[in-house]
Design a protein around this ligand. Structure first.
Ligand code: ZN
Length: 160
């Protein structure tokens, strides 16, 4: 049964409210995560609690339980000069920026103007209601290393 500190493999399909597919993982290449450690969005993690292998569930996740609401503070224009002159900048590129409180945060380039660059630090799925269809493929105990790291070390899925 799925509970805290179990490593869970799920096959899933993620759609938005218009029914467009945003992401998916098949049963042959499931997503493996450490349950109860915030590896996946809280709305999905909570909904999977207590499920067993073979169970299927449709889960609707509101923005506040998913990737958050869109924060206008994270949409901003920065001077082109803030980037190295020889660095190519194009929409879709991601870079690490700094928030007002000094925390590092990933930003995406939205538009490049002559001397300004428009960037957005919101997650691409922020503000969206997410519709997951999930099937539980496998549940196992976490290793002590996984518990120490706070994430699953699957075959090929381990990266830091
Ligand atoms: Zn690790």
């Amino acid at each position: 049964m799925i509970k805290k500190n179990k490593v869970v493999s799920i096959a899933y399909c993620l759609k938005n409210t218009k029914g467009e597919e945003l992401d998916q993982a098949g049963a042959d290449k499931p997503l493996e995560y450490l349950h109860g450690c915030g590896n996946i969005v809280p709305g999905l993690e909570n909904a999977l609690d207590g499920l067993k292998v073979g169970n299927k569930k449709d889960v609707t996740v509101k923005p506040e339980d998913g990737y958050g609401e869109i924060l206008t503070d994270l949409k901003m224009e920065v001077e082109r000069q803030a980037f190295p002159a020889d660095q190519k900048i194009a929409p879709g590129m991601q870079f690490m920026g700094e928030l007002k409180d000094g925390k590092k945060h990933p930003f995406n380039v939205v538009e490049v103007k002559e001397d300004k660059v428009r960037v957005d630090g919101n997650h691409p799925l922020a503000g969206q209601t997410l519709q997951f269809s999930v099937e539980i493929i496998k549940i196992r105990d976490a290793t002590s290393e996984e518990l120490k790291h706070g994430h699953a070390h699957g075959e090929g899925g381990h990266h830091h």
